[in-house]
Design a protein around this ligand. Sequence first.
Ligand code: NAD
Ligand code: UFG
Length: 337
Amino acid sequence: MKTILVTGGTGYIGSHTVVSLLENNYKVVILDNLCNSKISTLARIEKISSKTPDFYQGDIRDATLLASIFKNHPISGVIHFAGLKAVGESQKEPLKYYENNVTGSITLLNEMFKANVKTFVFSSSATVYGEPGSTQYEEGMSTIPINVYGRTKFMIEEVLRDCAQANPDFSVACLRYFNPVGAHQSGLIGENPVGTPNNLMPYVGQIAMGKLPMLKVFGNDYPTPDGTGLRDYIHVDDLAKGHVLALSYLEKNSGALTVNLGTGKPYSVLEMIAAFEKVSGKNIPYEFVDRRSGDLAEYYANPSLAKKLLYWQAEHGIERMCEDTWRFYQQVELSHS
Ligand code: NAD
Ligand code: UFG
């Protein structure tokens, strides 16, 4: 049985991926400093999978801790989710983001190489594309990220490609996620940000729970069919499966793979609101306000490379994304810990 180190494994995408790994008979060691997740997620992972991952509360920038984790576990690969992800905050506190995301990743890579571990899956983002002149993003397109967060992701990708160039037996996958939404079908794990959410679906979920009064829809004057922004929303369980398939791919192939994980089908803000209202039976009041700075009108994935190389494609549509989000919000409210 292979053992995978999952950094950021108690976070939103990490926890779903840990469940998927455990279901696929991997052993899992989680390293998370809990700066944006709760220790109670571990018990929820155990409840879903009836398996217990090893857990270390600590920081990816702590080389001594990393060395001891690699020494004490027969780790064959790393899936690296740990990172800060708030675009607005990254613009205000760039050094915090470069330090945590870029320095943290380099510290992790150093310790990993010292332990002779050569398989790495990285959480990248569609945000690395910036504005390439086309709305359907393909992996070969230009990458000019337009915010600090996106630049940290792009820098790490470049570091990883350089490492692959220098080490022929290093296998790395940079997975560029589009807009992760939804929750595990059990309702036990999902995205529950601290404070007021920045992203659309957690905001909508909190309105449905009566915690927030009204959604501000950022712009209804985009050149899109209903004037609101179009995004490629992807169910977090589909994303999680993509990581397991990426690991299988890396077990057979060395070098650097960069691949989109999206559905290829964009939906507008108003379509997402309508889908959520339908499955929850709740009214989501909204008002149109000015565009949010830094937002693009429309982008979505060309997911064909992931299909070809990883044998991966998204299975869940927006109805399921909304159903699972809603189930999670209701459940969190009942058993918040
Ligand atoms: P999340 O905040 O829920 O999970 C990240 C986890 O990493 C958290 O549990 C946090 O406590 C931990 N962490 C952060 N810095 C750490 C550090 N220095 N040491 C140890 N642990 C640390 O975020 P998520 O949505 O699950 O995202 C996971 C990864 O995917 C991130 O790298 C993010 O940038 C990337 N990503 C997310 C999205 C998205 O919209 N959610 C889109 C594209 C890429
Ligand atoms: N939106 C609103 N009101 C809100 C929140 C969002 O109208 O309160 C709109 C946005 O303008 C956009 C859409 O809903 O049109 C989606 O916005 P999100 O904030 O949910 O997601 P983004 O597309 O802005 O960005 C997300 C992550 C980034 C990641 C990117 C990857 O936040 O970290 O997807 O594509 F890089």
